[in-house]
Design a protein around this ligand. Structure first.
Ligand SMILES: Nc1ncnc2c1ncn2[C@@H]1O[C@H](COP(=O)(O)OP(=O)(O)OP(=O)(O)O)[C@@H](O)[C@H]1O
Ligand SMILES: [Mg+2]
Length: 370
Protein backbone atom coordinates (compact mmCIF):
# COMPACT_ATOMS: atom_id res chain seq x y z
CA UNK A 1 0.00 0.00 0.00
CA UNK A 2 1.37 3.40 -0.92
CA UNK A 3 0.92 6.18 1.60
CA UNK A 4 -1.83 8.65 0.90
CA UNK A 5 -0.66 11.99 -0.30
CA UNK A 6 -1.54 14.39 2.44
CA UNK A 7 -1.21 18.15 2.44
CA UNK A 8 -0.39 19.52 5.87
CA UNK A 9 -1.66 22.96 6.72
CA UNK A 10 -1.20 25.12 9.79
CA UNK A 11 -3.58 28.00 10.23
CA UNK A 12 -2.69 30.82 12.61
CA UNK A 13 -0.94 28.47 14.99
CA UNK A 14 0.44 29.97 18.17
CA UNK A 15 2.08 27.92 20.86
CA UNK A 16 2.92 29.20 24.29
CA UNK A 17 4.78 27.08 26.82
CA UNK A 18 4.08 27.87 30.44
CA UNK A 19 6.58 26.57 32.98
CA UNK A 20 5.66 25.51 36.50
CA UNK A 21 6.78 28.91 37.75
CA UNK A 22 4.38 30.55 35.32
CA UNK A 23 7.05 31.73 32.88
CA UNK A 24 5.75 31.99 29.35
CA UNK A 25 7.59 31.34 26.10
CA UNK A 26 5.94 32.05 22.79
CA UNK A 27 7.44 29.23 20.72
CA UNK A 28 5.21 29.72 17.65
CA UNK A 29 3.71 33.07 16.85
CA UNK A 30 0.72 33.00 14.51
CA UNK A 31 2.19 30.58 11.99
CA UNK A 32 0.28 29.79 8.80
CA UNK A 33 1.93 27.46 6.31
CA UNK A 34 1.02 24.71 3.84
CA UNK A 35 3.33 21.76 3.28
CA UNK A 36 2.56 20.33 -0.16
CA UNK A 37 1.58 16.67 -0.43
CA UNK A 38 4.14 14.14 -1.55
CA UNK A 39 7.02 16.60 -1.44
CA UNK A 40 9.94 17.22 0.83
CA UNK A 41 9.95 20.63 2.48
CA UNK A 42 12.78 21.98 4.57
CA UNK A 43 12.38 23.98 7.75
CA UNK A 44 15.36 25.96 8.78
CA UNK A 45 16.13 28.35 11.57
CA UNK A 46 18.35 29.05 14.54
CA UNK A 47 18.13 27.15 17.80
CA UNK A 48 14.99 27.91 19.77
CA UNK A 49 13.00 29.35 16.86
CA UNK A 50 10.19 26.81 17.22
CA UNK A 51 11.01 24.06 14.73
CA UNK A 52 10.53 21.08 17.02
CA UNK A 53 7.43 22.65 18.52
CA UNK A 54 5.92 22.90 15.05
CA UNK A 55 6.68 19.25 14.27
CA UNK A 56 5.22 18.10 17.58
CA UNK A 57 2.05 20.01 16.82
CA UNK A 58 1.81 18.33 13.41
CA UNK A 59 2.45 14.92 14.99
CA UNK A 60 -0.22 15.57 17.62
CA UNK A 61 2.24 15.36 20.52
CA UNK A 62 1.33 18.94 21.42
CA UNK A 63 -1.96 20.80 21.16
CA UNK A 64 -1.43 24.34 19.91
CA UNK A 65 -2.46 27.14 22.25
CA UNK A 66 -4.27 28.72 19.32
CA UNK A 67 -4.93 27.88 15.68
CA UNK A 68 -5.74 24.84 13.61
CA UNK A 69 -3.94 21.98 11.92
CA UNK A 70 -5.40 20.40 8.78
CA UNK A 71 -4.47 17.26 6.88
CA UNK A 72 -6.02 18.01 3.51
CA UNK A 73 -9.41 19.39 4.47
CA UNK A 74 -9.65 17.48 7.70
CA UNK A 75 -9.19 19.39 10.96
CA UNK A 76 -6.82 17.22 13.02
CA UNK A 77 -6.06 19.77 15.74
CA UNK A 78 -7.62 17.64 18.47
CA UNK A 79 -6.82 14.25 16.98
CA UNK A 80 -4.55 11.89 18.93
CA UNK A 81 -1.11 11.09 17.47
CA UNK A 82 -2.05 7.43 16.88
CA UNK A 83 -4.90 8.50 14.62
CA UNK A 84 -2.82 10.77 12.42
CA UNK A 85 -0.54 8.24 10.71
CA UNK A 86 2.47 10.50 11.10
CA UNK A 87 5.98 9.18 11.62
CA UNK A 88 8.56 11.30 13.39
CA UNK A 89 12.31 10.79 13.59
CA UNK A 90 14.07 12.67 16.34
CA UNK A 91 17.58 14.01 16.59
CA UNK A 92 18.51 11.45 19.25
CA UNK A 93 16.55 8.37 18.24
CA UNK A 94 15.86 5.58 20.66
CA UNK A 95 16.62 2.01 19.73
CA UNK A 96 14.52 -0.48 21.66
CA UNK A 97 16.21 -3.28 23.57
CA UNK A 98 15.54 -5.87 20.87
CA UNK A 99 17.07 -6.97 17.60
CA UNK A 100 17.56 -4.57 14.72
CA UNK A 101 14.94 -6.55 12.79
CA UNK A 102 12.38 -6.35 15.59
CA UNK A 103 13.02 -2.64 16.03
CA UNK A 104 12.06 -2.04 12.42
CA UNK A 105 9.17 -4.52 12.43
CA UNK A 106 7.72 -3.12 15.66
CA UNK A 107 5.21 -0.59 14.23
CA UNK A 108 3.82 -3.27 11.89
CA UNK A 109 3.53 -5.91 14.63
CA UNK A 110 1.47 -3.63 16.87
CA UNK A 111 -0.83 -3.09 13.93
CA UNK A 112 -1.25 -6.84 13.51
CA UNK A 113 0.21 -6.96 10.00
CA UNK A 114 0.72 -10.59 8.81
CA UNK A 115 4.20 -12.00 9.31
CA UNK A 116 5.10 -12.55 5.67
CA UNK A 117 4.15 -9.00 4.76
CA UNK A 118 6.18 -7.67 7.67
CA UNK A 119 9.15 -9.66 6.48
CA UNK A 120 8.90 -8.41 2.92
CA UNK A 121 8.59 -4.78 4.03
CA UNK A 122 11.39 -4.92 6.56
CA UNK A 123 13.79 -6.48 4.08
CA UNK A 124 12.85 -3.97 1.43
CA UNK A 125 13.58 -1.01 3.72
CA UNK A 126 16.74 -2.64 5.07
CA UNK A 127 18.09 -2.90 1.54
CA UNK A 128 17.08 0.61 0.55
CA UNK A 129 18.83 2.06 3.59
CA UNK A 130 21.87 -0.13 3.12
CA UNK A 131 21.58 -1.82 6.50
CA UNK A 132 23.73 -4.94 6.50
CA UNK A 133 21.42 -8.00 6.49
CA UNK A 134 23.93 -9.82 8.69
CA UNK A 135 23.31 -7.55 11.65
CA UNK A 136 19.54 -7.86 11.70
CA UNK A 137 19.66 -10.35 14.58
CA UNK A 138 21.97 -8.23 16.72
CA UNK A 139 20.57 -6.20 19.56
CA UNK A 140 20.04 -2.60 18.52
CA UNK A 141 20.91 -1.13 21.90
CA UNK A 142 24.60 -1.07 21.25
CA UNK A 143 24.28 0.27 17.71
CA UNK A 144 26.42 3.24 16.73
CA UNK A 145 24.65 6.58 16.10
CA UNK A 146 24.62 6.10 12.33
CA UNK A 147 22.96 2.71 12.52
CA UNK A 148 20.58 3.86 15.24
CA UNK A 149 19.46 6.70 13.00
CA UNK A 150 19.00 4.32 10.06
CA UNK A 151 16.88 2.07 12.27
CA UNK A 152 14.78 5.04 13.32
CA UNK A 153 14.26 6.09 9.71
CA UNK A 154 13.45 2.50 8.72
CA UNK A 155 10.93 2.21 11.56
CA UNK A 156 9.34 5.48 10.49
CA UNK A 157 8.90 4.62 6.84
CA UNK A 158 8.14 0.89 7.12
CA UNK A 159 4.59 1.60 8.14
CA UNK A 160 3.60 3.75 5.17
CA UNK A 161 2.92 6.86 7.19
CA UNK A 162 1.15 9.66 5.36
CA UNK A 163 3.49 12.28 6.78
CA UNK A 164 7.15 11.93 7.68
CA UNK A 165 8.64 14.41 10.14
CA UNK A 166 12.41 14.50 10.38
CA UNK A 167 13.83 16.56 13.22
CA UNK A 168 17.53 17.11 12.54
CA UNK A 169 18.09 13.42 11.81
CA UNK A 170 21.64 13.87 10.59
CA UNK A 171 23.03 16.40 13.03
CA UNK A 172 24.84 13.97 15.28
CA UNK A 173 26.33 11.75 12.62
CA UNK A 174 29.85 11.45 11.32
CA UNK A 175 30.33 13.37 8.04
CA UNK A 176 30.55 10.25 5.87
CA UNK A 177 27.53 8.53 7.39
CA UNK A 178 25.74 11.82 7.09
CA UNK A 179 26.32 12.09 3.36
CA UNK A 180 25.30 8.47 2.88
CA UNK A 181 22.07 8.82 4.83
CA UNK A 182 21.31 12.16 3.19
CA UNK A 183 21.49 10.51 -0.23
CA UNK A 184 19.30 7.63 0.96
CA UNK A 185 16.73 10.00 2.40
CA UNK A 186 16.53 11.83 -0.86
CA UNK A 187 16.03 8.60 -2.80
CA UNK A 188 13.41 7.34 -0.38
CA UNK A 189 11.36 10.50 -0.18
CA UNK A 190 11.41 10.92 -3.94
CA UNK A 191 10.43 7.33 -4.52
CA UNK A 192 7.76 7.12 -1.86
CA UNK A 193 6.27 10.55 -2.52
CA UNK A 194 5.51 10.90 1.13
CA UNK A 195 4.81 14.36 2.52
CA UNK A 196 8.04 15.05 4.35
CA UNK A 197 9.00 17.93 6.60
CA UNK A 198 12.68 18.10 7.18
CA UNK A 199 13.96 20.24 10.03
CA UNK A 200 17.57 21.21 10.29
CA UNK A 201 19.78 24.12 11.06
CA UNK A 202 22.28 23.00 8.47
CA UNK A 203 21.44 24.88 5.30
CA UNK A 204 23.69 22.80 3.03
CA UNK A 205 21.60 19.78 3.92
CA UNK A 206 18.32 21.45 3.18
CA UNK A 207 19.48 22.98 -0.08
CA UNK A 208 20.23 19.55 -1.51
CA UNK A 209 17.16 17.80 -0.13
CA UNK A 210 14.20 20.12 -0.36
CA UNK A 211 12.35 21.79 -3.19
CA UNK A 212 10.88 24.39 -0.90
CA UNK A 213 12.09 25.72 2.38
CA UNK A 214 10.63 27.71 5.24
CA UNK A 215 13.04 29.90 7.14
CA UNK A 216 11.98 30.59 10.70
CA UNK A 217 13.10 33.01 13.36
CA UNK A 218 11.70 33.60 16.84
CA UNK A 219 8.47 31.67 16.32
CA UNK A 220 7.68 33.10 12.90
CA UNK A 221 8.03 32.00 9.29
CA UNK A 222 10.20 34.67 7.71
CA UNK A 223 10.27 33.29 4.16
CA UNK A 224 8.67 30.29 2.52
CA UNK A 225 9.54 29.68 -1.09
CA UNK A 226 11.37 27.51 -3.57
CA UNK A 227 14.87 26.76 -2.35
CA UNK A 228 16.61 28.68 -5.12
CA UNK A 229 14.36 31.71 -4.60
CA UNK A 230 15.21 31.81 -0.91
CA UNK A 231 18.89 31.63 -1.78
CA UNK A 232 18.80 34.17 -4.62
CA UNK A 233 16.16 36.54 -3.29
CA UNK A 234 16.15 36.52 0.50
CA UNK A 235 13.15 38.49 1.63
CA UNK A 236 14.97 39.83 4.68
CA UNK A 237 18.61 40.31 5.59
CA UNK A 238 18.22 37.61 8.24
CA UNK A 239 17.47 35.03 5.54
CA UNK A 240 20.38 36.15 3.35
CA UNK A 241 22.70 35.80 6.27
CA UNK A 242 21.27 32.58 7.64
CA UNK A 243 21.22 30.74 4.31
CA UNK A 244 24.68 30.42 2.86
CA UNK A 245 28.06 29.35 4.07
CA UNK A 246 29.07 31.91 4.99
CA UNK A 247 25.99 34.08 4.58
CA UNK A 248 25.51 37.21 2.53
CA UNK A 249 27.85 40.17 2.99
CA UNK A 250 26.15 43.42 3.94
CA UNK A 251 27.65 46.82 3.38
CA UNK A 252 26.01 49.94 4.76
CA UNK A 253 25.36 52.67 2.27
CA UNK A 254 23.44 55.89 1.73
CA UNK A 255 21.60 57.05 -1.32
CA UNK A 256 22.91 60.00 -3.27
CA UNK A 257 19.97 60.86 -5.44
CA UNK A 258 21.68 63.49 -7.60
CA UNK A 259 24.63 61.28 -8.46
CA UNK A 260 22.42 58.19 -8.83
CA UNK A 261 24.68 56.12 -6.61
CA UNK A 262 24.76 54.34 -3.32
CA UNK A 263 27.65 55.67 -1.32
CA UNK A 264 28.96 52.58 0.39
CA UNK A 265 31.92 52.27 2.71
CA UNK A 266 34.82 51.80 0.35
CA UNK A 267 33.08 52.28 -3.00
CA UNK A 268 30.20 53.75 -4.92
CA UNK A 269 27.54 51.58 -6.44
CA UNK A 270 25.91 52.95 -9.59
CA UNK A 271 22.15 52.88 -9.84
CA UNK A 272 19.85 53.47 -12.76
CA UNK A 273 17.04 56.03 -12.56
CA UNK A 274 14.34 53.45 -11.87
CA UNK A 275 16.28 52.06 -8.95
CA UNK A 276 16.78 55.53 -7.50
CA UNK A 277 13.07 56.23 -7.79
CA UNK A 278 12.24 53.05 -5.89
CA UNK A 279 14.84 53.58 -3.19
CA UNK A 280 14.06 57.22 -2.56
CA UNK A 281 10.64 56.22 -1.22
CA UNK A 282 12.32 54.30 1.57
CA UNK A 283 14.67 57.05 2.72
CA UNK A 284 18.43 57.32 2.59
CA UNK A 285 19.98 54.45 4.47
CA UNK A 286 20.36 50.98 2.96
CA UNK A 287 22.41 47.84 3.03
CA UNK A 288 23.90 46.34 -0.06
CA UNK A 289 23.94 42.55 0.03
CA UNK A 290 26.12 40.21 -1.99
CA UNK A 291 26.88 36.53 -1.55
CA UNK A 292 30.57 35.62 -1.08
CA UNK A 293 30.44 33.12 -3.96
CA UNK A 294 29.08 35.75 -6.36
CA UNK A 295 31.95 38.17 -5.93
CA UNK A 296 34.43 38.23 -8.78
CA UNK A 297 38.06 38.40 -7.72
CA UNK A 298 40.33 40.09 -10.20
CA UNK A 299 43.63 38.26 -10.07
CA UNK A 300 45.32 40.70 -12.42
CA UNK A 301 45.00 43.38 -9.74
CA UNK A 302 43.82 45.84 -12.39
CA UNK A 303 42.45 49.27 -11.58
CA UNK A 304 38.87 48.28 -12.16
CA UNK A 305 36.58 47.21 -9.35
CA UNK A 306 36.75 47.77 -5.63
CA UNK A 307 40.20 47.91 -4.08
CA UNK A 308 40.90 46.12 -0.87
CA UNK A 309 43.51 44.35 1.18
CA UNK A 310 43.29 40.68 2.02
CA UNK A 311 43.20 40.44 5.78
CA UNK A 312 42.60 36.72 6.06
CA UNK A 313 42.49 33.61 3.88
CA UNK A 314 40.41 30.72 5.18
CA UNK A 315 39.69 27.33 3.83
CA UNK A 316 36.33 25.64 4.30
CA UNK A 317 36.00 22.25 2.69
CA UNK A 318 37.08 22.69 -0.90
CA UNK A 319 36.50 26.45 -0.94
CA UNK A 320 38.68 29.43 -0.10
CA UNK A 321 37.41 32.49 1.71
CA UNK A 322 39.17 35.79 1.14
CA UNK A 323 38.42 38.46 3.69
CA UNK A 324 38.91 41.70 1.84
CA UNK A 325 39.14 44.93 3.77
CA UNK A 326 37.66 47.57 1.49
CA UNK A 327 37.47 50.37 4.06
CA UNK A 328 38.12 50.91 7.73
CA UNK A 329 36.10 48.33 9.65
CA UNK A 330 34.46 47.10 6.47
CA UNK A 331 35.36 43.67 5.23
CA UNK A 332 33.81 41.69 2.41
CA UNK A 333 34.20 37.94 2.20
CA UNK A 334 34.72 36.51 -1.28
CA UNK A 335 34.47 32.78 -1.84
CA UNK A 336 36.07 30.81 -4.61
CA UNK A 337 36.68 27.17 -5.36
CA UNK A 338 39.89 27.67 -7.26
CA UNK A 339 43.19 28.17 -5.66
CA UNK A 340 44.56 31.56 -6.62
CA UNK A 341 47.94 32.97 -5.85
CA UNK A 342 46.81 35.56 -3.34
CA UNK A 343 47.97 35.88 0.21
CA UNK A 344 47.22 37.83 3.32
CA UNK A 345 48.40 41.43 2.94
CA UNK A 346 47.97 41.47 -0.87
CA UNK A 347 45.96 44.23 -2.46
CA UNK A 348 43.30 43.05 -4.86
CA UNK A 349 40.25 44.30 -6.65
CA UNK A 350 36.83 42.74 -6.59
CA UNK A 351 33.69 43.22 -8.64
CA UNK A 352 30.09 42.83 -7.54
CA UNK A 353 28.03 41.55 -10.49
CA UNK A 354 24.98 43.76 -10.84
CA UNK A 355 22.54 40.84 -11.22
CA UNK A 356 23.65 39.40 -7.89
CA UNK A 357 23.46 42.56 -5.79
CA UNK A 358 20.46 42.91 -3.45
CA UNK A 359 19.50 46.08 -1.65
CA UNK A 360 17.84 46.03 1.75
CA UNK A 361 16.16 48.66 3.86
CA UNK A 362 18.50 49.45 6.75
CA UNK A 363 15.62 50.23 9.11
CA UNK A 364 13.49 47.12 8.60
CA UNK A 365 15.95 44.67 7.08
CA UNK A 366 13.58 43.82 4.21
CA UNK A 367 14.82 43.50 0.64
CA UNK A 368 13.79 46.31 -1.67
CA UNK A 369 15.73 45.64 -4.89
CA UNK A 370 15.37 43.79 -7.10
N1 LIG B 1 8.71 21.99 27.24
C1 LIG B 1 9.04 23.28 27.15
N2 LIG B 1 8.77 24.14 28.18
C2 LIG B 1 9.11 25.44 28.10
N3 LIG B 1 9.68 26.02 27.04
C3 LIG B 1 9.98 25.22 25.99
C4 LIG B 1 9.68 23.82 25.99
N4 LIG B 1 10.08 23.28 24.81
C5 LIG B 1 10.62 24.30 24.11
N5 LIG B 1 10.56 25.46 24.79
C6 LIG B 1 11.00 26.79 24.32
O1 LIG B 1 10.28 27.11 23.15
C7 LIG B 1 11.12 27.72 22.17
C8 LIG B 1 11.11 26.89 20.90
O2 LIG B 1 11.69 25.63 21.18
P1 LIG B 1 11.89 24.50 20.09
O3 LIG B 1 12.42 23.31 20.76
O4 LIG B 1 10.63 24.34 19.31
O5 LIG B 1 13.00 25.16 19.15
P2 LIG B 1 13.89 24.52 17.98
O6 LIG B 1 13.78 25.46 16.83
O7 LIG B 1 13.50 23.11 17.76
O8 LIG B 1 15.37 24.61 18.58
P3 LIG B 1 16.64 23.63 18.35
O9 LIG B 1 17.21 24.00 17.01
O10 LIG B 1 17.56 24.00 19.45
O11 LIG B 1 16.14 22.22 18.42
C9 LIG B 1 12.49 27.85 22.83
O12 LIG B 1 12.59 29.14 23.36
C10 LIG B 1 12.47 26.79 23.91
O13 LIG B 1 13.28 27.18 24.98
MG1 LIG C 1 14.51 21.27 17.90
Amino acid sequence: MLPLMVEVRLENVTHIYVTEKGLKTVALDDVSITFPSGKITGVLGPSGCGKTTMLKIIAGLLRPTKGKVYFDDKDVTDLDPQKRNVAMVFQFPVAYDMSVYDNIAFPLRIRGVPKDIIHRKVMEIVDILGIDRNILNKNAKGADPGLRQKIAVARAIVRDADVLLLDEPLTNLEPLVRIELKTKLKEITQKMKITTIYVTHDQAEVLTLAERIAVMNIGKIIQYDETTRVYEYPIHEFVGYFIGNPGMNYIECSLNEEKSVLECKGFEYTLNRNEVEVLVKYGKEFKLGIRPEHIIIDESKSDKGIKGKISLVERIGTAFLYHVEIAKETTIIAKTYKQIGLREGDTISITLPKDKVRIFDKKTGYRILP
